[in-house]
Design a binder for this molecule. Sequence first.
Ligand code: ZN
Length: 406
Amino acid sequence: MRDHRRIGRELEMFDTDPLIGAGLPFWLPAGATVRHALEEYIRSVERAAGYRHVYSPVLGKRELYELSGHWSHYRDDMYPPMDVGGEQFVLRPSICPHHAVMFRSRARSYRELPLRMAELGGMYRAELSGVLGGLTRVRAIQLNDAHVFCALDQVHDEVAAALDLIRDAYHAMGIAPARYRLSLPGEGGKYVDAPEAWRRSVDMLTEVLRASGLPYDAEPGEAAFYGPKIDVQVADEGGREATLSTVQIDFHQPERFGLRYVGADGRRHRPVMIHRSIIGSVERAVAQLLERHEGALPAWLAPVQVVVLPVSDAEWDAAAAFADRCAALGLRAEIAPPEHGALGARIRAARLVPYQCVIGSREADAGLVSVRLRDGRRLDPMPAGELAARFADLTGAHRPELWPAD
Ligand SMILES: [Zn+2]
């Protein structure tokens, strides 16, 4: 069985310690490198799509969550309040309330809409110890979150654009969704009572799904307490599903926070809030990546992208120069020196590294580098400078394949 906990331990990516607590993993250098690469990718595609990034604190006063509705609908999953000088603070169970407050921090005009506010930030869930494990059930979550504040007639395009970002990101990560799910409210008092808003937002999500041609299943009982969602489901080896990405329409929080913008008619209108996450939490995304690829991550995400293997000590200078050249182009390059063993053994040890570059005496004399790709393909020796530039182009393009097919 592919298990991200086993793979993560073998590759020294993350771990936990009982003294820190269950469900609170820490990221070791290799894992932190993957996480940085993922976060940089997300921020760059969001910037290109018109999102602006913000930071907000990971706690807030209890009143904030009473206003958002989390306190009455979601309290079981929240950490208990902390008393500080007569005020009560809670670790936030979601980022939305902070962003709603930031939207209303000054007057807004229709010209600013759609206003796309993004944050890769922490949120906290009071899970019981029994259900915790690896990166998939955690108590501290780093969410790739964003909220789009927009007018009613902008909702369709914004939801469709978010689905496009999700599709592109999955392609870059080499992940295929198990299915798309239209998550509807179920029975019970878990959901806010606003039948007209629910009907409207379900209609809008259904319309986007139909227009996009994506197959989906509608499922009651899976909505957020404030609105319906499109969930992108992924599955592990055992067929167990989890939600990675989500797009939600929310009429509830804009009303609770009294959000307004001034329209072209000079009147005040209420914006709609779209909650969307492209890759979900970085914890769950990395778990999915490790299992899907058995640790052999796409080159742009690999902790080490280029390993340089001098055949003997005589090629050390050429190897060091090539590794430096790669590093100068932003690549993560390492040398596997001859004292680590025979060439075959060093190549086996570096089997997860996408680009394995061998430099023998012939290559060193001619300024060339021989390349083996992780999948076993061998390329003709190439000039060192040209090859390093190719690696930088390939990894910078965030594509799942190691090398273009001939
Ligand atoms: Zn939200």
